[in-house]
Design a protein around this ligand. Structure first.
Ligand code: HEC
Length: 435
C-alpha cells in the first residue's frame, strides 16, 4: 500500500498549497474523506501520517507540474466501468425486446432481465466494499449539500466532484432502485403468468398479471430516467468542461486546481483530496470474488427455489378412463381448457355430442366428470386457463368458440385448419398451480 502513494498519479496532484486544506478536510468532512477510509483499511492511523510525509516529500518535485497541467486520476475502477457498460447493453436488449419485440422474444427479454439482476447485485456489493469512489458512502450527501449543488447547477456554477456529485448520486440510487423493482416485478410476472423462472409456482397468475402494469410503468420510468441521466451528463460535462462519458470509459477524471477553484458553496472539498485506487491486481481479485459470490449465491437460491415444488404447484395426474373414453374420436382435451360449468353442460348431453353418441356408463361418467371439474380452467392457474374461463354464451362447451381462442387464432388462415394432420392423443400441459 505504501508504494502506491508515491506513484505517478498521486504525485502529480500533490502541492504544498493543498496539504493544509486536506488536513482541515479530514476533520470537517470525515464521511467523505478517502484518507479516513484508507486509515481504516490499513487499521492504523500511522499509515495516514506516513502517507502525508510521503506526499510532502514529493511536493517540491511535482509542484510545477500540478500548477500547469490539468491532473487526471483514476476515479472509476475497471469493474465499475465494466458494470456500467454491461448494464447499458443489458438494459438496451431488455428495452428493445420489451417495448418492440413480439412475445416470443420473452426468452431473450428474461435473460436480459437476469443479467440486469446480477449486475445490480454486483453493484450493490461493490457499493459496500468496492474502491473508494464506487462505495455508496462516498456519495451519500446530506440534503442541504444536494440542494446547494442543485442551486449552483441552476446558476451554471456547480462545484466539481471527483466522484459522483450530489445530483449524479441521486440518479445512481434512483436508477438502481428502479432496476431492482423492474427485476423483481419481471420475476413475478414470469412466475405468475408464464409459470417459468424461479418464482414459478410461488406466485398466482393474478399476482403476475397485477405486476405487469407496475413493470410497464417502471419501464417507462426507466426510459425517462435514462434520458435525464444523459442530459445530466451532458450538462455537467459542458459546465465542468470535462468529458464525463470518456471518464466512464477510461475511468479518469480531472482534479486540476482549476477545477478545485471552481468549487462554490458546499461543493466537494474532497476535490483536493488525493487518493489513488488500490493496485489493479487487488481490485480485480476483489471484483472477481464478488462476481463469483453473486453467481454462487444466485444460482444457489435459484436451485433451491426450483428444487422444491412449492405448495399448489401440481402436475395433473393422468386419468385412464378419461383418456380412453374421451380420447377416442379426438384428442383428450386438457380439462383446464374449459370451466367446470361448461364440463357440467357437456357431460349432461353426451348422447348428442356434436352429432355423435358419446354416452358413458354411470360410473365412468362420474369419474370423468370429477376429473374434469377438478382440473377445470377455474381451478387451474395457467395463462391459458385464466383466459379460457370466459366461454361463448351461445356455445359454452366449445373451446374453439371462446373469445380467447378466437382472438389467438384469428390470424391463422382457414387453409391451415383444413390441413390433414395427425393430432396427438392428448394435450399435455406443463404442471401449474391450482387455484
Ligand atoms: C364418438 C366420438 C366422440 C367421443 C367419444 C367424444 N367426442 Fe368430443 N367431439 C366429437 C366431435 C365429432 C366433436 C366436434 C368436432 C370437433 O371439435 O372435433 C367433438 C367436440 C368436442 C369438444 C369441443 C372441441 C372444440 O372444438 O372446441 C369438446 C370439449 C369435447 N368434444 C369433449 C369431449 C369429452 C369430454 C368427451 C368424453 C366424455 C368426448 N368429447 C368424447 C366426438 C367425440
Amino acid at each position: 500500500m505504501h508504494t502506491t502513494m508515491g506513484s505517478k498519479d498521486n504525485g502529480t496532484l500533490r502541492s504544498d498549497a493543498e496539504a493544509p486544506t486536506r488536513r482541515a478536510n479530514m476533520q470537517t468532512k470525515l464521511s467523505h474523506s478517502p484518507e479516513q477510509q484508507t486509515g481504516q483499511a490499513a487499521g492504523t492511523t500511522a499509515f495516514v501520517v506516513s502517507a502525508y510525509a510521503n506526499a510532502n516529500a514529493n511536493t517540491s518535485l511535482e509542484k510545477s507540474k500540478s500548477a500547469s497541467t490539468a491532473g487526471a486520476m483514476l476515479i472509476w475502477d475497471l469493474p465499475l466501468r465494466l458494470f456500467h457498460w454491461l448494464l447499458v447493453g443489458a438494459v438496451t436488449v431488455a428495452a428493445i425486446t420489451g417495448f418492440l419485440a413480439p412475445e416470443w422474444w420473452l426468452d431473450v427479454h428474461s435473460w436480459a432481465g437476469y443479467t440486469i439482476g446480477f449486475l445490480v447485485i454486483f453493484r450493490v456489493l461493490w457499493g459496500l466494499w468496492g474502491t473508494f469512489y464506487a462505495r455508496f458512502r462516498s456519495f451519500i450527501f446530506p440534503v442541504d449539500e444536494t440542494l446547494a449543488h442543485l442551486r449552483a447547477l441552476a446558476q451554471k456554477k456547480p462545484g466539481h466532484y471527483k466522484g459522483h456529485n450530489p445530483a449524479g448520486a441521486l440518479m445512481v440510487f434512483t436508477l438502481l432502485g428502479t432496476l431492482i423493482a423492474l427485476t423483481v416485478s419481471g420475476l413475478i410476472i414470469l412466475g405468475g403468468q408464464e409459470n417459468i423462472g424461479v418464482l414459478a409456482g410461488y406466485v398466482s397468475f393474478a399476482t403476475g398479471s397485477g405486476a405487469v402494469e407496475f413493470h410497464e410503468i417502471l419501464a417507462f420510468g426507466l426510459l425517462g430516467l435514462i434520458g435525464a441521466h444523459l442530459v445530466g451528463v451532458l450538462i455537467e460535462s459542458l459546465l465542468s468542461r470535462e468529458n464525463l462519458v470518456r471518464a466512464m470509459i477510461d475511468g479518469r477524471k480531472s482534479v486540476s486546481p482549476v477545477h478545485a477553484q471552481s468549487c462554490v458553496g458546499h461543493a466537494d472539498t474532497s476535490a483536493v483530496n488525493q487518493r489513488e485506487l488500490p493496485p489493479a491486481k487487488r481490485v480485480w481479485a476483489r471484483a472477481i470474488s464478488t462476481v463469483l459470490m453473486v453467481l454462487l449465491a444466485g444460482s444457489g437460491a435459484a436451485w433451491a427455489l426450483l428444487k422444491t415444488p412449492p405448495n399448489g404447484y401440481v402436475a395433473m395426474p393422468a386419468n385412464k378412463t378419461y383418456a380412453s373414453e374421451c380420447g377416442d374420436c379426438h384428442q383428450a382435451y386438457h380439462p383446464s381448457l374449459l370451466p367446470g360449468s361448461s364440463w357440467k353442460k357437456l357431460m349432461a348431453g353426451l348422447e348428442d355430442h356434436f352429432g355423435e353418441d358419446a354416452s358413458l356408463d354411470d360410473e365412468s361418467a362420474k369419474e370423468v366428470y370429477a376429473f374434469l371439474r377438478r382440473y377445470a380452467s377455474d381451478k387451474w392457474d395457467s395463462e391459458a386457463a385464466n383466459n379460457l374461463r370466459q366461454v361463448a354464451t351461445k356455445n359454452p362447451i366449445t373451446i374453439t368458440a371462446t373469445p380467447y381462442w378466437q382472438r389467438r387464432h384469428k390470424d391463422i388462415g382457414k387453409s391451415v385448419f383444413a390441413q390433414k394432420r395427425s393430432a396427438p392423443k392428448a394435450i399435455v400441459l406443463p404442471a401449474t398451480k391450482m387455484r
